[in-house]
Write a protein that binds this ligand. Structure first.
Ligand code: ADP
Ligand code: MG
Length: 634
């Protein structure tokens, strides 16, 4: 093969250097042993389709385009003997600056990421090159040289030609293309000669690009090669799980299978084709193709918005996918579409559908729903907090751990189903984590009675409670609230016997008040405690604990309100305390420690390490009288 054949002359050309990352990428692609070289065609067709889409979008508002009557399509021609293929589209085209920028000098963070990913994955990474925004370069897996001729849609633009062999440089020169669009001429390498063949190309198109939304023709043929149906417009029974997963991978570059997909087609109340996915992880993968939340919005095959955030409420922002509607007005700007009532209707329908499908998942595959809940539960809780109007729709999706079932996830319906007939309230407790919540003195009474209590241990829970006051007819109540404490429980005979006599208890309360002074609003007896010595409760009329937490998390300037210290009149520690002198230093130490411990279990202690010195003193006292320690404290 002679030199002239390899390097067609490009008159009046300027030479440019590829960016460093691009050079490296090209080097890998040229010398790759990738089996799936055929994906180059998918990438070029995907670019052609993007260019056609952009042109179609432009034409919604601009009549002054070159060749307005030209069919929006791709045509591929083959010269078998010369090992040449040419891919022509009638899309948006490129002018000189765009060509230099898009095909050569743009800073390629995508190239760098591709290089990193290709190193790690070892697999045939050519498969996904398009996801890195460097798909065009995959042509160098098969090309000896590539020539791109383009004429922008803008009638005043000059045609331009780009030429490269995959070495460090590319050339740009004035072109001679007179009609709109881009034409890519590829001289195939010897080991890629198989692609200089209509039959082989058709096979590749049907395999990888069947869904492309514009007709693809071979040579002068009139019948298009691709079926041109978007997967979301295909009816459910014709799509395999494999195809769904493929589509999801192409959309997101997530190599894990999605947790669930929602394929939804309806004509009423609005026309919708939607194909939505919930991924297995709440965090977007580093290499994810999706750079933002939001759904791809099409109308009649025209991409209106790459990241539409108006189709689902914010709390469902983890849902990814495509929505296509024939009902959106087309001959108006994006902004008007957003403003039109149609978006709100689409949102309503889609939100309903996603919620329903999640409920179905919970019903039909509890294990999978648990995976979902662990990853995305916080989003739904946020939805309850923020979306007052449709918060109720989310209630059935919520899951909780409870004191009676700390290992399992229970729904509110489960909880209500297990309630004894006389119970009219759903109880909850706030805590930092399940273990400490289970040890809370507020639970004593409920544990003894075998009453179920929801364990709310995430920061978001306090916010969620702002939108969850009632489920069905049952009000939610914090077990730490004082009015609950006021409802005395009938003490059994055993306890009555153990109780400290009221007179003694009265003077003990005085000692507590003396020592704690301003730090508490009151000290009193509680009928709610059995294992615990004491607990702190909110005085009537103060901000409830969930709101106090909300303020705390929001970093609002906010003083924790003073609380009432309630004592267990039957507790052995207090009994022993009664017998100590009022003046006793040990008595004061114990009182301080009881108060600090109560603060600690509430998660309110400002400086827990400050207790160390006192605990040491207490140990010292205990050791000087070892016989007094009767049992294992746990
Ligand atoms: P991506 O398609 O992800 O942007 P590519 O490497 O495939 O990355 O393409 C780079 C850019 O080159 C495209 O974004 C587009 O601006 C331009 N381009 C490629 N092919 C065409 C085409 N057929 N018509 C118009 N512009 C194109
Ligand atoms: Mg591309």
């Amino acid at each position: 093969m002679d030199q002239a054949d390899q390097t067609p002359a490009l008159e009046n050309s300027q030479s440019f250097s590829f960016k460093a990352e691009t050079k490296q990428l090209l080097n890998i692609l040229i010398h790759s042993l990738y089996k799936d070289k055929e994906v180059f065609l998918r990438e070029l067709l995907s670019n052609a389709s993007d260019a056609l889409n952009r042109l179609r979008f432009e034409m919604l508002t601009n009549n002054a385009v070159l060749d307005p009557e030209a069919e929006l399509c791709v045509r591929i021609s083959v010269d078998k003997d010369a090992r040449l293929i040419t891919i022509r589209d009638t899309g948006i085209g490129m002018n000189k600056d765009e060509m230099i920028e898009n095909l050569g000098t743009i800073a390629q963070s995508g190239a760098r990421k591709f290089l990193e990913a290709a190193k790690e994955q070892k697999a045939d990474f050519s498969q996904v090159i398009g996801q890195f925004g460097v798909g065009f370069y995959s042509v160098f897996m098969v090309a000896e040289w590539v020539k791109v001729n383009s004429h922008s849609f803008n009638p005043d633009a000059e045609p331009v030609t780009w030429y490269a062999t995959g070495e460090d440089n590319f050339q740009v020169a004035p072109g001679d293309k007179t009609d709109r669009g881009t034409s890519i001429e590829i001289k195939l390498k010897e080991d890629a000669a198989e692609f200089a063949n209509d039959y082989r190309l058709k096979e590749v198109i049907r395999k990888h690009s069947d869904y492309i939304g514009f007709p693809i023709y071979m040579g002068e043929e009139k019948d298009q090669v691709n079926k041109q149906t978007a997967i979301w417009r295909t009816s459910k029974q014709d799509v395999t799980t494999e195809q769904y997963n493929d589509f999801y991978r192409q959309l997101t570059l997530d190599f894990e299978e999605p947790l669930m997909q929602i394929h939804y087609v309806t004509d009423a109340p609005v026309q919708i084709y939607a194909l939505l996915f919930v991924s297995g992880k709440s965090e977007r993968a580093v290499f994810s193709l999706r750079k933002d939340d939001g759904l791809k919005l099409y109308s009649r095959n025209i991409l209106i918005d790459e990241y539409s955030k108006d189709l689902l409420p914010e709390y469902l922002r983890f849902v990814q996918g495509v929505v296509d509607s024939e009902d959106l007005p087309l001959n108006v700007s994006r902004e008007t579409i957003q403003a039109s009532g149609m978006m709100a209707r689409l949102k309503k329908v889609l939100t309903g559908q996603v919620t329903r499908e999640l409920e179905n998942l919970a019903k039909n595959d509890a294990d999978k729903y648990e995976l979902f809940w662990k990853e995305f539960g916080a989003f739904l809780k946020q939805g309850v907090a923020a979306n007052q109007p449709d918060a109720e729709k989310i209630y059935p999706l919520l899951r909780f751990k409870t004191n009676l079932k700390p290992e399992n996830w229970s729904s509110l319906e489960d909880y209500v189903g297990r309630m004894p007939a006389e119970q009219k309230t759903i109880y909850f407790i706030l805590g930092e984590e399940v273990k400490s919540a289970l040890r809370s003195p507020h639970l004593d009474y409920f544990q003894n009675k075998g009453t179920e209590v929801l364990l709310l241990t995430e920061p978001i829970d306090s916010f969620m409670l702002m939108g969850l006051h009632k489920y069905k007819d049952f009000e939610l109540k914090n077990v730490a609230m004082a009015d609950e404490a006021a409802a005395a429980k009938p003490t059994d005979a055993e306890e009555e016997k153990n109780k400290i006599a009221d007179v003694d208890f009265g003077s003990l309360v005085e000692s507590f008040k003396l020592v704690l002074g301003e730090r508490v609003t009151d000290v009193r007896s509680s009928a709610r405690l059995s294992q615990s010595v004491a607990r702190l409760v909110e005085p009537e009329g103060s901000l409830n604990p969930e709101m106090q937490r909300v303020y705390k998390y929001l970093g609002k300037d906010f003083e924790v309100s003073k609380k009432i210290l309630e004592l267990n009149q039957s507790h052995p520690i207090l009994k022993s305390l009664v017998s100590l002198d009022t003046e006793s230093a040990l008595k004061n130490l114990v009182i301080e420690q009881i108060y600090d411990s109560a603060l600690l279990v509430e998660g309110l202690h400002p400086d827990p390490s400050s207790m160390v010195a006192r605990v040491q003193e207490l140990m010292q006292a205990a050791l000087s009288n070892p016989g007094s320690v009767s049992q294992d404290p746990a």
